[in-house]
Design a protein around this ligand. Structure first.
Ligand code: LMR
Length: 330
């Protein structure tokens, strides 16, 4: 598409006419797996609005939500082949392309609230992790927040023993695999688009996710009990194909950088309230029972999960990333 635009520009310049050509916009296909009505969904639409505005229509952004274009693993292949130009996968999904270090961010109970998470994402660790994508032909543009995970099943999950023998859907991280195994559960990687049906039919017994995803995917309709455990954090890396991004004319890239920065601020500013609202709506639906952990129950989770920090070093394949994270989080 871009080549066509440049050719058109060249032809018009030769002809010396300023008005005789219709410039083809650069098209950015932005694929993701969640609903429009989530922090990431809204962020993608904000990026579209700002990118089109700042480039004066020279860039057109097509947002494909809800796995309508590609599912989890496929979307990274599509970015690589140039079928899409932007994605915002959970950082738990980068192992298949060889950047498992991101999974350190999935360690349980490492962030002291959103503030602790932000410190890491905006600090040297966050930057270092994004930089690791470069070797894969990917440019990491920003982190988009989606808050802390809840966990659910058709029985109350209050103590580690409650997980014994349950099949739990995880999104890809070996760290999530480790912590659910510590509880005696059987974790299973599955694409996000398949979770509702898997819960409904009993292919898996439970899952973890944030309130906005439970609400928009209707997981709460097929899980009798949800515990707002906040045991791990869900964040996305906003990414683009480096060859595509670096090949853009400098003025357009500058305008897109501005759109990235502002849509990132926007997404991160609504993440918390979107999830609070979603939780309220889940509660109001009356379709599930919501639980919070007592301090003693939370402590029992923390105790049971302590070995995970050591195990993580080999799983993540980088002791320094894990050490740095444990030092700086909190
Ligand atoms: C999941 O697969 O559970 C999440 O990564 C989905 C998402 O993108 O929020």
């Amino acid at each position: 598409k871009r080549r066509t635009a440049l050719t058109a520009l060249g032809t018009a310049a030769i002809a010396g006419t300023r008005f005789s050509f219709a410039q083809q916009p650069v098209v950015i296909k932005f694929s993701h797996v969640v609903a429009n009505d989530t922090p990431k969904g809204k962020g993608a639409l904000k990026f579209k609005e700002l990118a089109e505005k700042y480039t004066g229509g020279k860039v057109k952004v097509e947002v494909y939500p809800n796995s309508t274009l590609y599912k989890d693993k496929e979307e990274l292949d599509a970015l690589n082949s140039g079928s899409v130009q932007m994605l915002a996968p959970s950082t738990a999904k980068f192992r298949p392309i060889g950047v498992p270090e991101f999974e350190a961010l999935d360690l349980p109970f490492i962030f002291n609230g959103e503030e602790g998470y932000n410190k890491v994402a905006k600090g040297p660790i966050g930057k270092d992790l994004l930089k690791r994508l470069e070797a894969k032909g990917i440019t990491g543009l920003a982190y988009w927040d989606n808050g802390f995970h809840m966990v659910s099943a058709n029985k109350p999950l209050l103590l580690p023993a409650d997980f014994q023998g349950l099949k739990i859907r995880i999104s890809g991280s070996k760290i999530a695999d480790l912590y659910f195994r510590r509880f005696g559960a059987i974790p299973q990687i599955m694409a996000f688009s398949e979770v509702y049906q898997a819960l409904q039919t009993g292919v898996v017994d439970g899952c973890e996710n944030t309130p906005s995803n439970y609400w928009t995917q209707k997981f709460y309709e097929v899980q009798k009990h949800i515990t707002n455990s906040q045991h791990a954090h869900l964040q996305y890396a906003l990414i683009t194909n480096s060859k595509f991004w670096n090949g853009l004319p400098a003025d357009i890239r500058g305008q897109l950088d501005k759109a990235v920065d502002e849509s990132t601020d926007y997404t991160n500013s609504i993440a918390k309230s979107e999830n609070v609202d979603a939780l309220e709506k889940i509660k109001a639906s009356g379709k599930t029972t919501l639980h919070v952990l007592t301090p003693q129950q939370r402590q029992a989770w923390i105790e049971a999960l302590k070995p995970v920090y050591k195990e993580a070093e080999t799983r993540v394949g980088n002791k320094k990333v894990v050490d740095d994270l444990l030092k700086s989080a909190g």
